[in-house]
Design a protein. Structure first.
Length: 293
């Protein structure tokens, strides 16, 4: 995992999101207040949706942000895609041509790539939630631990989307990650697996991040990037361990690397198929005259 901000807030300082930065009150201890975590996470989550609403308002001449939100909510529900994922797609996908009937004309749709070794429930091969659940199960089976998490890349940061064996403070503290430190950010930046053998003594952590990991019972971590065919990380899966690590065997590292490649290719397929389907539906609905009632 990696840090969001250098310090927790103390004494009721105001906090806000401005662009991609977060201003947090200055404090000296490693523990964040729950109210500050809740506020930060609401603001980060809302900021992405608000940007997408602005794009839709400008592009389709909608009457209100409520109408733009209703469009995205309907599409996300119909195609079983998280609202944050769809909002991210709206913002960073090039706009359709003016007066185009289709956003992605001539697009070829393909079936999902195989996921050998992943215990995906039958009939759920196109469900991102089911695939990420199976991914976490597979990685924790290889690394022999019961604690771990999955993050996806959104708007230049990692967003926590699934976890097991980790408490609320951990999941709230690392709900959004955009600082260039610790195993997950190193693994993403270097496009390789990274092991933190002992969180307590590793120099990469700031004290707030170190505390957030240690307080949940984790003393070590291993991060595996979920990479597409070009080697670009689309997400991260990390295992957490109660005791310091000595490392993994070549066979274990190979199995983890293969899992990261298989799931990364699946995530790329999901984006280029189901997410684009949802965008196409949103475009058609907005072009016809607005959000569903």
């Amino acid at each position: 995992m990696s840090q969001l901000s250098r310090r927790p807030a103390e004494g009721g300082s105001a906090a806000d999101v401005s662009g991609s930065g977060y201003r947090q009150g200055q404090g000296s201890g490693p523990q964040w207040r729950q109210d500050d975590l809740d506020l930060r996470n609401r603001l980060y989550g809302r900021a992405g949706v608000a940007r997408a609403e602005g794009v839709l308002l400008d592009r389709y001449g909608l009457g209100s942000t409520d109408e733009a939100f209703a469009l995205m909510k309907s599409a996300s529900q119909q195609f079983n895609i998280k609202l944050s994922t769809l909002a991210d797609a709206v913002v960073r996908t090039p706009a359709p041509d003016a007066d185009a009937g289709l956003w992605f004309p001539g697009r070829v749709r393909r079936g999902p790539p195989a996921l050998p070794g992943l215990p995906v429930e039958r009939g759920n091969g196109t469900s991102q939630g089911a695939v990420l659940k199976a991914t976490l199960h597979r990685v924790l089976s290889i690394t022999q631990t019961s604690m771990g998490n999955v993050q996806l890349s959104e708007r230049g940061r990692l967003r926590l989307v699934r976890h097991t064996g980790l408490n609320r403070y951990f999941s709230d503290f690392f709900a959004f990650v955009d600082a260039p430190t610790t195993s997950c950010s190193q693994a993403a930046g270097q496009r390789r697996q990274v092991t933190v053998r002992d969180v307590e003594s590793a120099p990469v952590f700031d004290e707030a991040s170190r505390h957030a990991i240690l307080q949940t019972g984790s003393r070590a971590a291993h991060s595996v990037p979920l990479v597409n065919r070009m080697g670009v990380p689309l997400g991260m899966v990390s295992s957490h361990h109660e005791r310091p690590l000595t490392g993994f065997t070549h066979a274990e590292l190979g199995a983890l690397r293969q899992t990261g490649s298989d799931v990364g290719r699946w995530l790329a397929w999901h984006w280029n198929t189901l997410v684009l389907d949802a965008l196409e539906h949103l475009h058609a609905t907005a072009s016809r005259g607005g959000a569903p009632r």
